[in-house]
Design a protein. Structure first.
Length: 234
């Protein structure tokens, strides 16, 4: 069931990334022009900056005042928590450039720094991609564990085999680590970079899971063999 669910979630990733791909491919608008089909650069002045503390989550806000709008026209925007930190570098009165596309403020530039706004990556494929990786890895781990117990049952009195444990551990570790890698991955427009990193991480995770599962079983079997009486002794 989890494996089938992962297939549905993976299919949603390109749809969720559609806006980001269109934004990345959009040309810059001519100077002074605004259009939904190009990226418009609008000069603004930082009127205020504020950090909201809510438990473990910090929210970063900039209030911008635009020079081409009537006096008092301001826009409060939440900044993303990743990328070059424009938020940390600007102060009140600094002039910045807001990058608009399709009626939405996607990024803010300050000198050589560029930082995405919170609305920019919020519709991308990282969330469905992360859940897809978690569902696929945990589903395959559980499936391998069930298959081994179903078709390779352990004889009564024999030592528990390490193979099904290794598959289960690898699935759970990859589900947790892989989903985290996708969520924290770069905003590259199709989620491909993060998924490639997860694919590269699969082999070492499988190796470590095998070692983690095999070594305790081997040590346990050695201890039992060391204290068991010789065969045939009275």
């Amino acid at each position: 069931m989890l494996v089938l669910l992962s297939g549905v979630l993976f299919a949603l990733v390109p749809l969720a990334e559609r806006d980001n791909r269109a934004y990345a491919a959009a040309p810059d608008c001519p100077v002074g022009a605004r259009s939904d089909t190009c990226r418009a650069a609008v000069v603004a002045t930082v009127a205020d900056k504020k950090t909201d503390f809510g438990g473990k989550t910090h929210k970063y806000f900039l209030t911008l005042r635009y020079t081409d709008r009537p006096e008092g026209a301001e826009h409060r925007v939440r900044m993303a928590d990743s990328g070059e930190q424009v938020y940390d570098s600007v102060g009140r009165g600094d002039r910045v450039t807001g990058i608009y596309w399709n009626g939405e403020l996607r990024a803010i530039r300050f000198g050589s720094l560029t930082q995405e706004t919170y609305r920019s990556p919020v519709h991308d494929g990282r969330l469905p991609g992360a859940f897809a990786v978690a569902a696929l890895a945990s589903g395959l781990g559980l499936l391998s564990y069930w298959w081994w117990l179903r078709y390779r049952p352990t004889p009564e009195g024999a030592t528990q085999p390490w193979e099904p444990i290794a598959g289960l551990v690898a699935g759970l570790v990859l589900a947790l680590g892989g989903s985290t890698m996708v969520l924290m991955g770069p905003d590259d427009g199709d989620g491909g970079t993060s998924l490639k990193l997860v694919a590269w991480a699969t082999a070492p995770i499988l190796l470590l899971s095998v070692l983690y599962s095999w070594w305790p079983v081997r040590r346990g079997a050695s201890k039992v063999a060391g204290v068991a009486p010789p065969g045939g002794s009275a």
